[in-house]
Design a protein around this ligand. Structure first.
Ligand SMILES: Nc1ncnc2c1ncn2[C@@H]1O[C@H](COP(=O)(O)OP(=O)(O)OP(=O)(O)O)[C@@H](O)[C@H]1O
Length: 385
């Protein structure tokens, strides 16, 4: 049965606006409705200052949408700024100044500056002391593997740690941490994170299926991530690691602007190409004033399981020399080891699968270096050290 969008809109007209006047459709608050099979998703734009109080509105819209014939599931989110990440139509953006344009990496030059952050988006998340992004300039360099092992190493050192899988189109955490089942919400409607090896975990992969997420447009992605950050019963955390989507495009920039990041770590392979992309990542975080805590070189060399010999499969040492050149801390080299891939794919990352082994020690040193750097940054910024 094909879902008629007009019928959904008719149902949604029964839902009053945030100020209890008019209805959400006529007020122009409903985004494009994306339908896939019997599932639909859309967002409702609401004033940022009211977002915490409008769960009843969201729930009413969800109920109304589900009353439409043929709709079996409805994913409804509240957005606070329609313009932030909507790729079409393009948001009105101010042009960069000449010096800003010069400072941008080549593919972004001559393009417009990103939209302003959502008001309040940089406010701290209650209970979370520090949020750290792990990013990469391109996909497949081992960002998620590095994120989860760093998180587990921090946790093993006694910190309370969470991990947020912000890679909405290719979430890795369910596989890396052996998670299954959907995230539930509690009585207070806060999402209850999964727990794995002592980590609190939120992943888009535990909320919607990949097909639904792939159909989402910019504002819905941003809103889903905001929800995954702010409407979660994290409890008290010393640190939340955010596994960023790969790349340095507008989506990543918007995310970096809208999450109160204490710092960022860049993962790169030694290949020239990956390094060039990593440089873009560095520039992106600098542009939004997020301190770079360091660079990790992943798949640095191949460690032969039989002879113990090392081979520089992708060249070697590129990230270290690049870090030195640009004055960023080099956090460490992770070799290309079968055991890292096998443990990751097996749902038990190497830091917990072999906590006393050589690879775990490498991740522990990286985590420690990153944590020390964060304390230094905070002291420099006059915050808590
Ligand atoms: N040091 C390593 N040694 C061996 N295999 C590794 C290592 N790091 C990552 N891998 C493997 O490489 C693949 C890609 O890693 P991962 O998913 O962490 O990359 P990613 O950068 O997060 O990818 P994506 O861009 O898809 O999000 C996985 O199969 C992972 O197990």
């Amino acid at each position: 049965m094909t879902i008629a969008i007009a019928q959904i809109l008719d149902q949604l007209k029964r839902v009053k606006g945030p100020e209890l006047t008019g209805n959400i459709v006529d007020l122009g608050l409903v985004s494009e409705i994306v339908a896939q099979g019997d599932q639909i998703s859309f967002s409702i734009s609401v004033p940022p200052q009211l977002v915490g109080q409008l769960e009843p509105l969201r729930a009413a819209a969800e109920r109304a949408a589900l009353a439409t014939p043929g709709v079996a599931r409805a994913q409804v989110t509240l957005t606070t700024d329609q313009a932030v990440a909507d790729p079409a139509p393009q948001p009105v953006r101010s042009a960069p100044t000449a010096s800003q344009a010069d400072a941008l990496p080549p593919p972004m030059q001559k393009r417009t500056a990103p939209a302003a952050p959502v008001p309040g988006a940089k406010a701290p998340v209650p209970g979370i002391d520090a949020i750290i992004a792990v990013a990469s300039g391109k996909g497949g360099v081992g960002k998620s593997t590095t994120s989860v092992n760093i998180a587990l190493a921090l946790q093993a050192s006694g910190l309370r740690v969470g991990i947020l899988d912000a890679d909405i189109y290719g979430p890795s955490m369910p596989r890396l941490l052996g998670l299954s089942g959907r995230t539930q919400s509690g009585d207070d409607r806060m999402l209850i994170p999964h727990e794995a090896y002592g980590l609190k975990v939120m992943s888009m992969g535990s909320i919607v299926d990949e097909e639904t997420a792939t159909a989402w447009r910019g504002p819905m992605v941003m809103q889903a991530l905001t929800q995954m950050l702010r409407q979660v019963a994290w409890g008290e955390l010393d640190v939340l690691i955010v596994d960023m989507p790969p790349g340095t495009g507008d989506a990543q920039l918007t995310l970096s602007q809208n999450v109160p990041l204490a710092g960022a770590v860049i993962v790169s392979t030694p290949q020239d190409l990956a390094l060039i992309d990593a440089r873009k990542g560095l520039k992106m975080f600098r542009k939004v004033d997020v301190p770079i805590l360091g660079i990790v070189e992943n798949m640095s060399y191949f460690l032969c399981p039989d002879c113990g010999g090392q081979q520089a499969v992708f060249g070697h040492g590129g990230a270290r020399s690049e870090a030195e050149r640009i004055g960023v801390l080099f956090l460490g080299e992770v070799p290309l080891v079968m055991a890292i891939r096998e443990t990751s794919d097996g749902g038990k990352p190497i830091v917990v699968a072999d906590p006393d082994g050589e690879q775990a020690r490498i991740y522990q040193n990286i985590a420690q270096g990153m944590w020390t750097r964060l304390s230094e940054e905070r002291m420099l910024a006059g915050g808590r050290g």
